[in-house]
Write a protein that binds this ligand. Structure first.
Ligand code: HSE
Length: 397
């Protein structure tokens, strides 16, 4: 019998306990031994089938030599960071879905795990149930990764879909996402692009092998996105989606940011709706590879966590991570990345054309909306000059 502990019993912790119980036969067949949850760390005891496993004392887990793997499902940084360090220090493997902790402290925790000859795995931290980190670092290991981008937040994608398709208000769509267990405890992290930002940092760290600090990465969410722009874009053959994007730049640099984008409706990303996420990885040998699936929710996220648990128990030797250097220099300001830009301005098309020259007009009927030619964001903003900009959205090439 292999025993594990779960820290935290919210959406992810509950999902892990359920998947371990419900899929016990398949898991045992693959591991060659039964897997069982021995302890669940909680702050408040809850009635139900797992009540007898609950404790509020982390020391009992830390000192329990029978517990080989700890699933950290607390979220946030403070307690989660302390318990993860103590669990790794006690020689236990740690598995997590905690993107904030991985984005901020992942490099350090991987180094600690290496020192203690155990693993720290976090497949569920990006893309929920979609396998992405393992394919990125293992299956695509022969590539130089040049770009990673995608729809990385289920809550905002759900909100955008419900607003566009069902005419739901922002508040109602957010409440539905919260009820379904997709949203963060504080949904501003979803809505303001911070959750996507943490995930794109992790993808960039692993894709480029160097630390991208969340503080370096501009993050814009969907709070200020106007339905008017969504409709203009739609009529012109584009969808608006919140993307995280990380790009390798000249001279060994890299850049990353989060922003709503216009995406041509022929692009596979344009059809990614509801809670679904999709991540595109561009390798220099593979070209673009896309990963698609449920990016949030109890069981999909638990699926990725439990698979990591099984991996740390099976692997021999331990999975050699991923070059992830703490060096964080060489970050290019995303304003210097080239691309096309959507603008809606208060002024006439003639005034807009005076600044931009050639533009593709999307609307001049009440709204002045247009797409620029390819130029950096910095140049596009400079060319706006005296124009009153109502919306500025980059276009995915
Ligand atoms: N709040 C996150 C989302 C959960 O909506 O995608 C999964 O990370």
């Amino acid at each position: 019998m292999i025993q594990i502990a779960i820290l935290g019993f919210g959406t992810v912790g509950t999902g892990v306990a359920k998947v371990v119980a419900e899929n016990a036969r398949q898991i045992e067949r693959k591991l060659g031994e039964p897997l069982a949850v021995k302890s669940i760390l909680v702050r408040h005891f809850k009635d139900g089938p797992f009540r007898q496993l609950m404790t509020d004392d982390f020391t009992k887990i830390e000192e329990d030599g029978d517990i080989r793997v700890v699933v950290e499902a607390i979220g946030g940084v403070e307690a989660a960071y302390d318990y993860t360090r103590r669990a790794l220090g006690a020689g236990k493997h740690v598995v997590t879905a905690n993107k904030q902790l991985v984005a901020e402290k992942g490099c350090e925790l991987l180094a600690l795990a290496r020192k203690k000859n155990v693993s720290y795995l976090f497949e569920a931290s990006v893309g929920g149930g979609i396998p992405i980190l393992h394919p990125l670092t293992q299956c695509m290991a022969a590539n130089r990764i040049d770009e990673v981008y995608g729809i990385l937040n289920g809550t905002t994608n759900y909100i955008l879909t419900r607003m566009v398709r069902a005419g739901a208000s922002f508040a109602d769509a957010l409440a539905e996402a919260q009820e379904k267990g997709y949203a963060e405890a504080d949904p501003t992290a979803d809505v303001d692009g911070i959750d996507t930002g943490r995930k794109i940092c992790i993808l960039a760290d692993l894709a480029f092998g160097r630390q991208v600090d969340p503080g370096q990465v501009p993050m814009a969410g969907i709070r200020n996105l106007s339905l008017r722009d969504v409709k203009i874009a739609r009529r012109a053959g584009y969808r608006v989606k919140l993307l995280g994007r990380a790009v390798r730049t000249a001279g060994g640099g890299r850049s990353a940011y989060v922003a709503p984008h216009l995406i041509a409706e022929e692009s596979p990303l344009a059809g990614v709706e509801d809670v679904f996420n999709a991540v595109v990885v561009r390798g220099n040998a593979t070209g673009e590879v896309m990963f698609y699936g449920r990016g949030a929710g109890e069981k999909p996220t638990a699926s990725a966590c439990v698979a990591d648990v099984m991996e740390v128990l099976q692997q021999s030797p331990r999975r050699e991570e991923i070059g992830w250097s703490p060096e964080s220099g060489g970050f290019t300001d995303p304003l210097d990345l080239p691309g096309r830009h959507y603008f809606r301005v208060e002024d006439s098309l003639t005034s807009a054309a005076a600044g931009f020259g050639q533009v593709e007009v999307l609307s001049e009927d009440g709204d002045t909306a247009f797409l620029t030619e390819t130029m950096t964001g910095r140049e596009a903003l400079a060319r706006c000059g005296e124009l009153t900009v109502l919306a500025h959205i980059p276009v995915l090439a």
